[in-house]
Design a protein around this ligand. Structure first.
Ligand SMILES: *Cc1c(COP(=O)(O)O)cnc(C)c1O
Length: 817
């Protein structure tokens, strides 16, 4: 029942919706497709958002608020309609208005393209962060690229991954606002050098360069129930309108130039589908500079409208770089301050370092970005000169600290062995360097970046990642949300650490039964989805054991599937073998060029098809590989999960964030002591998660002492011996063997310790099963996990960034009259 105030609101909404549909399509409502209705609804919501957006921007200007700019080459946004309605606080009127018109709101959500402008965790973190900044009333904005094609769409054909283009913009993107008048131009190539002037001063000459036009598309980011709307600015590369006008061109020159301009336009065509290795490609370098140059230019332009002196810049602006992809922002800010604004180097450097902060996301050496100088210098000649000068001055300090030790100087150098080392540039040019979970930050400080931590002891710090509980609990799990509301009131929505109050209900049989019912509801839904999409029946009462994330050797999906091969063997060997029914769900994309990851997908699907077709076992176990893992699929999975597989080799997963999403939805973590699993374990204790395997120190000692032998493990462990042999011959090889994976294990000496951790992993699964047999104890653990998950809200993370790194305070917008 709506109150009269809400009724009035609903009527206003309904009227606006009908009017919008009318203006957009000029047809009767009955003739509109679902997609039309989605567009009309999104555009109705857009009007609600616009009012708040204008108010927020006016407030920031009038109050001279400090602005945060979060630069990330990826933003994995997912769909926005549902979350926007939730954050605006108009769910009730919206549902009820749609209901009046005979429209099923939930089915309209599915019409929205899933904005997949990211690969995985790093891009999703950026999306959670901008949601938290807006919801906390922090003036923080995202800055990224408007890729015409997002991460590829994955299909499984004959057990193999096939990649299709993700043409997500084909029907338009309802949330973007093109801002043609805010175009900037970005320069590439040409020659840059210092020229001696008659008065003996040096002057920069930069000539013969090419420019491309960068046009921003702004996406409003809606805060939760606070009237705040921040901005995600996505840059699009376009042909400069006046590119033919400077200088007189012959027709031939014009043709050449047109051709080149169209090449430049391609810079924002595609997202790189690889998140775990360094992509040494000119186009990627071009994308990175395009992003930072456009972004920094527009920040300076905006700043100068409101503030007279650049000396106050760090008091009014903070720039955060998400990993090293935007690290050239440091050099670009220097370029503008020195070349354009005419500041002396020292002053510009002081401003730059105070402005910039950097988050490291990995210690995996193959993922650390470096660029060959031979590629870098001709493409970005001025930026190269600036980096050279930054490095020269930096190394002067290093030499003073370590006199006569040129080996050390060499290992600090941003320019080393013909490469530009982006992480080193990011550390030198920022006042803060943070890791993303306690164990990760400790490894950075004490091991992989130890020398930098010794040199700059106060720069390094930890900020454990988080996830927005608005999307990952409130929007995707409404039934759990209302159960929590009933138990502890709804204050946790703006203060998620209040979820801890759920601990009062750990002995409350009725609360635990309600929790179970909610879980069962989503398991039923997921079973229906699987049946519909893959024609496979899964037992909704079985344990739902879920392993979803990018496919990568260090994440060890292969250990999971090898164990399932082992369970299958055991089942045939031992007539009394007993196990609880379980549904094993996998999902995740492999980078198209990552052969071992793709072979892993083929193995999972092959084993799945054999086991699912085997009537002797398929009542007890089913294996499902869900195609095209992304935000929309993820939202269906976490609410339905019983077991969260987090089994990376200890020390390799910087933080992980799906571990947090699972926990917040009541799944039990089965994991190694890696990334944020360590903090989950600290929070819930041994009884409420299942931890196994080598720890990070043990892994490190094996790497250091070289005493690990994959052959010895294979020869001494019969279970491993058998499943590894089954990669070559046996029940799973009738359509081709897996010699690729067999050779990989021995060729790399089992680099991620799958053989070593295998038995411990099998034991861990036995502990899970034992725990699940005691239903009450399982539900209690589930509740305890939810209760402790508030600390993993990205609101907590963002408050720490705001206090410790950005020095910014939340605003409170005056209420609308
Ligand atoms: C959260 C999330 C990730 C990150 O998962 P990890 O298990 O932490 O690697 C990747 N992809 C999607 C779609 C996600 O929602």
């Amino acid at each position: 029942m709506l109150t009269s105030k809400l009724l009035e609101e609903k009527n206003r909404f309904e009227h606006l919706f009908l009017q919008t549909a009318n203006i957009m399509f000029g047809r009767d409502m009955e003739d509109l497709t679902k997609e039309n209705l989605y567009q009309a609804l999104a555009n109705t919501i857009r009007q609600y958002i616009s009012e708040n957006w204008i108010r927020t921007n006016n407030y920031y200007t009038e109050h001279h608020e400090k602005q945060i700019y979060y630069f990330s080459i990826e933003f994995l946004l997912g769909r926005l309609l549902n979350c926007n309605i939730l954050n605006l606080g108009i769910e009730d009127i919206c549902y009820s208005a749609m209901h009046d018109l005979g429209i099923d709101l939930n089915s309209l959500f599915e019409e929205e393209p899933d904005a997949g402008l990211g690969n995985g965790g790093l891009g999703r973190l950026a999306a959670c962060f901008i949601d938290s900044m807006a919801s906390l009333g922090i003036a923080g904005h995202g800055c990224s690229i408007r890729y015409q094609y997002g991460l590829f769409e994955q299909k499984i054909i004959n057990n193999n991954q096939v990649e299709l283009p993700d043409n997500w913009l084909k029907n338009g993107f309802a949330w973007e606002y093109r801002k043609a008048e805010k175009e900037v131009s970005v320069s590439f190539g040409g020659n840059a050098y210092m020229k001696k002037m008659p008065d003996n001063t040096l002057k920069l000459v930069y000539e013969n360069y090419t420019t491309v036009s960068a046009v921003p598309y702004d996406v409003p980011i809606v805060g939760y129930h606070n009237g705040v709307v921040n901005t995600l600015r996505l840059w699009n590369a376009e042909v400069s309108q006046n590119f033919a006008q400077n200088g007189v061109l012959t027709h031939q020159q014009l043709q050449e130039k047109v051709k080149f301009q169209y090449q430049l336009k391609a810079i924002t065509s595609c997202l790189y589908p690889d998140d775990s290795s360094n992509m040494g490609k000119l186009l990627r370098l071009t994308q990175e500079y395009f992003l930072v140059s456009a972004g920094i230019q527009s920040i300076i332009r905006h700043y100068k409208k409101d503030f007279p002196s650049l000396l106050d810049f760090p008091q009014k602006v903070a720039v955060h770089i998400n990993d090293t992809h935007p690290a050239m922002a440091i050099a670009e800010l220097m370029r503008i301050l020195v070349d354009v604004e005419g500041l002396p180097w020292e002053q510009a450097w002081d401003i730059t370092v105070k402005t910039m902060a950097y988050t490291n996301h990995t210690i995996m050496p193959e993922a650390l970005e470096t660029w060959p100088i031979d590629m870098f210098r001709p493409h970005l000649p001025r930026i190269y000169l600036i980096i050279e000068e930054i490095n020269r001055r930096f190394l002067k300090g290093v030499r003073q600290r370590y006199p006569g030790n040129e080996d050390i100087v060499h290992s600090f150098s941003i320019l080393q062995d013909g490469h530009v080392h982006m992480a080193r540039l990011a550390i030198v040019g920022s006042h803060s360097v943070n890791g993303v979970a306690k164990i990760h930050s400790d490894i950075l400080k004490n091991y992989s970046m130890k020398q930098f931590n010794d040199y700059y002891p106060h720069k390094f710090n930890n900020k454990t990642n988080g996830i927005t509980h608005r999307r990952w609990l409130m929007a995707s799990n409404p039934k759990l949300t209302s159960l929590i509301d009933d138990l502890i009131s709804s204050d946790w929505k703006t203060d998620p650490e209040q979820l801890i109050k759920l601990l009062h209900f750990t002995e409350d049989a009725s609360a635990l039964e309600k929790l179970n019912k909610v879980k069962q509801f989503y398991k039923n839904n997921l079973a229906t989805f699987i049946k519909k999409k893959y024609s496979i029946s899964v037992d909704p009462l079985s344990i739902f054991d879920i392993h979803v994330k990018r496919i990568h050797s260090y994440k060890r999906q292969i250990m999971n599937i090898l164990r399932l091969m082992h369970v299958y063997n055991e089942f045939y060997e031992n007539p009394n073998f007993d196990m609880l029914p379980r549904t094993y769900i996998f999902g995740g994309k492999a980078a198209p060029s990552y052969y071992i990851a793709k072979e892993t997908i083929r193995l999972i699907n092959t084993v799945a098809s054999v086991i699912n077709a085997d009537k002797k076992v398929n009542k007890k176990m089913k294996i499902i590989f869900l195609e095209n893992y992304g935000i929309s699929l993820a939202e269906k999975l976490f609410p339905a999960a019983n077991v969260s597989e987090q089994i990376s080799t200890a020390g390799k997963e910087a933080s992980g964030t799906s571990n947090m999403k699972f926990m917040m939805n009541g799944a039990i973590t089965l994991g190694t002591l890696d990334g944020a699993n360590v903090e989950i374990h600290d929070a819930v204790g041994d009884d409420n998660c299942v931890i196994f395997g080598l720890n990070a120190n043990e892994v490190l000692s094996y790497y250091q002492n070289g005493r690990y032998s994959a052959w010895d493990e294979y020869n001494n462990n019969p279970a491993i011996h058998r499943v590894i042999d089954q990669l070559l011959t046996g029940p799973f090889t009738s359509n081709g063997d897996f010699r690729s994976l067999y050779n990989y294990f021995f060729g790399s000496n089992d680099e991620y310790f799958v053989f070593k951790d295998f038995d411990a992993y099998c034991q861990a699964h036995k502990r899970i099963e034992k725990k699940y047999r005691d239903a009450a104890a399982w539900h209690k653990s589930s509740l305890i996990n939810i209760a402790h998950s508030g600390m993993f809200s990205s609101d907590r993370t963002i408050k720490e960034y705001a206090d410790d790194i950005w020095d910014i305070h939340p605003i409170k917008l005056p209420l609308e009259n």
